[in-house]
Design a protein. Structure first.
Length: 160
């Protein structure tokens, strides 16, 4: 049996700034960039999440460092390695859904970072609760709700 793991790391960079915006940028450089692990077997879901959240959480804030993974094994390995401020898991991923992975990670990883589960519908909130997820956002994604959930969980994790 052959297992294929696809990992994509996406790092966005801010453009050149001037004046007051440059001072904001300098302050942002002092902050540590939030690191987010994003799991879905569907590249379009990963893209929708990144676009909805945006490249940073606010003006003058550091860019989010995204690492995209497409397999459950890659999620477990990356989460076990540590260094993440937030895990975003697709509850509707084929073969290994994000809810089961969330429960596994919460039970197996000491000081597991906060987990946001993407559910298939609003009625799946109870499943997200069972999975021990810190928050859940249903499909279809509301960009404002998704961005607020990510910002809230990163803030709760002590990430600027």
């Amino acid at each position: 049996m052959t297992v294929t793991t696809m990992t994509t790391t996406v790092t966005t960079h801010a453009g050149t700034r001037s004046g007051a915006v440059a001072r904001e940028g300098a302050a942002a450089a002092d902050e540590r960039a939030p690191r987010v692990l994003l799991y879905s077997d569907d590249v379009t879901v990963r893209e929708q999440v990144r676009l909805a959240v945006g490249r940073r959480l606010g003006a003058g804030r550091p860019d989010i460092v995204w690492r995209e993974v497409a397999t459950a094994d890659a999620v477990v390995a990356a989460a076990d390695a540590g260094g993440w401020d937030l895990l975003v898991l697709d509850g509707e991923a084929d073969k290994a859904g994000g809810m089961g992975l969330c429960r596994q990670l919460k039970n197996e990883i000491y000081r597991c970072p906060p987990v946001l589960v993407l559910t298939g519908r609003p009625q799946d909130g109870w499943l997200a609760s069972w999975s021990l997820a810190d928050d859940a956002v249903p499909r279809p994604f509301d960009a404002v709700e998704l961005q607020r959930a990510v910002a809230g969980l990163l803030g709760a994790a002590g990430t600027p």
